[in-house]
Design a binder for this molecule. Sequence first.
Ligand SMILES: [Zn+2]
Length: 351
Amino acid sequence: MAVYSQNSVQDDLREFAVDLLSETGGMVEWQDDQSQGSALVPIEVGQCLGQNSESFVLSNEAGGAGLSVSLGGQFLDLAVRTLEHFVPMRGAFAMPELNIKKSDFQQIVDAAFGWQNARARVKQGIVGHTTYHTWWLNVVLHSEDTWETVIAVSVNSSSLLPTELGSVLDSMDLQSSKTPIVHEPETLHVAGMIAQRQTIKLARSFFDRADQRLNRDRKRLKDYYAAMQREATTTNRRTKVVPSDEEIQDRKRVVGLELKRKLVELDDRFAVEASIKPLALAQVEIPTVVIEVEIQRKSAMRVYRLYWNALRKSLEPLKCSRCAEGSFNFWFTNDTVDAVCNSCHSSKPAE
Ligand SMILES: [Zn+2]
């Protein structure tokens, strides 16, 4: 975990303010070592930030003139409002053409894939663009404690499989594109599933801590009620009244029920509520070769599309018809020639 000093928080805030105002079409002048800067922004942006003018002073001290960029004042509320109003949550981009040599696609496909019970013949390779969606998702886990992160997931919007795109969005030759954004719900669904899986790994220590605390509290409760049980069955020290068997059973039952109720309450308190919320979407068209492969299983045929990504310079996996995961090793069913990955085939053979 990062340790923040007063200075680094202030630096982050200044950087964020400069980025925010630049993204909304403004110009900012604010040096690292200065406590003040100046901004010139569209008037609507200025108003959204609580300023009456399109030019104003930025300062890292609370309560000063202009916009106070600090944690103390209203800055974060104003910034969130401005971000929501003026910075688009979705954007479409395209990578320029890359020179793709028409090579021997059959060899590339055969080297990457294992076709266990079928013949695969490359029909053609179509050089063009394929659309990918990069989603940024805000993940929040909440129980007694809160854990939060942002996860970015890229998905091929045609194959609906996750793809590692690296720093493509930082690429200098990315151009903005007018291509409409389509298949948004489908790629968001895939990105959400991947984010869930990553969260389970990333938040391991959060879950472990919650488990430890839950176990510790469960043990305390059980010890406490065990002591109560013992007391309920012994002779009252003051009155010297010896409880009857029936009374003992009755008391044991009451104490047992109370313990059960407390344990349920405890589990509720430690139950983890999770939320995954999309923050932003970038659609990027990336040069690809769409390779059509004809799969022949006995007398049945079916054409599948494989994606050779020019950015990664490799083939992407194919989707399993059963588990929807990507794989490079497949079995095919008779007649419908459904693709079945190796692990699905091991649990229930394709044929
Ligand atoms: Zn599978």
